[in-house]
Design a protein around this ligand. Structure first.
Ligand code: IPE
Ligand code: IPE
Ligand code: MG
Length: 265
């Protein structure tokens, strides 16, 4: 597995279009409630939005899309809602994986799958194997994922494989073992549904990600809403610790002017 660059060790190249977008898809329940429908109707509708988001990201040149589908804390929900979400996950996998493959999309799932039904795990692993060679676009679904779980499992794996690192290790040693080790750190984080929190999503990887929060509920998040998020991203000055003045003078290839693209630049 390639080790992706750490934004705290090296300033990443950035462009007008975020290479990697990570989204907390929140607000399905409220969307349904607003329509006097059961929460489950909101989750079903949310799947439609996932399709729209994938298509829109590909059309705009985004390379990686990571979607938070079920958190390690979502088991705390009523059992019937958890069961419904699992069933929905299976049926979507059954319907969509071949289509993803036909569209040249690499499909990945990150999270602790050990708690999942064996049937789901098999679908996931088969889907990942089928699409592993696709490099046009990578869709990652975070299922039973938690940022803290990820850090803990990474430390555990690293020490199992390299016990000698217990005495001393660096970021690169650890990063190889993160569930998302194949993707660059997200450039843009989006949370729909109005809450302004990370909810234990990608804690390590969001270190220098641009954060965007919108009140739009996930089922209403369409291509136009995505464009608003990208436009907001394009207004940001990504300094990675430097001063604004430095960005104007740093030579190319050193994370300088072209590395931090403002809409007006
Ligand atoms: C997000 O929508 C989907 C999951 C967490 C599975 P919610 O179900 O959290 O919707 P709200 O926040 O209750 O509206
Ligand atoms: C975060 O949404 C998890 C997912 C979208 C999968 P929640 O709705 O569960 O988050 P909290 O509990 O309100 O922070
Ligand atoms: Mg919610």
């Amino acid at each position: 597995m390639p080790v992706t660059t750490s934004s705290t060790r090296e300033i990443p190249e950035t462009g007008l279009i975020p290479r990697h977008i990570a989204i907390i898809m929140d607000g399905n329940g409220r969307w349904a409630k607003n329509r006097f429908m059961p929460r489950m109707a909101g989750h079903k509708r949310g799947v439609e939005t996932v399709r729209t988001a994938i298509k829109a990201c590909i059309e705009r040149g985004v390379e990686y899309l990571t979607l938070f589908a079920f958190s390690s804390e979502n088991w705390r929900r009523p059992t019937d809602e958890v069961a419904f979400l699992m069933q929905l996950f299976i049926s979507v996998l059954e319907q969509e994986v071949t289509k993803l493959h036909e569209n040249g999309i690499c499909f990945k799932v990150i999270g602790d799958l050990s708690k999942f039904d064996q049937k789901i795990v098999e679908f996931v692993r088969n889907g990942e194997a089928l699409t592993a060679g696709n490099n046009r676009f990578t869709l990652t679904i975070a299922a039973n994922y938690g940022g803290r779980w990820d850090m803990m499992q990474a430390v555990r794996k690293m020490l199992e494989q390299h016990p000698q690192l217990a005495a001393s290790f660096d970021e690169n040693d650890l990063m190889k073992h993160f569930a998302l080790n194949y993707a660059p750190e997200p450039d843009l984080f989006i949370r729909t549904g109005g809450e302004k929190r990370i909810s234990n999503f990608l804690l390590w990887q969001l270190a220098y990600t641009e954060l965007y929060f919108t009140d739009t509920l996930w089922p209403d998040f369409d291509a136009r809403a995505l464009d608003l998020a990208i436009q907001s991203y394009q207004q940001r000055e990504r300094r990675f610790g430097r001063t604004s003045e430095q960005l104007q003078t740093t030579p190319p290839g050193h994370g300088g002017r072209e590395a931090v693209v403002k809409k007006t630049a």
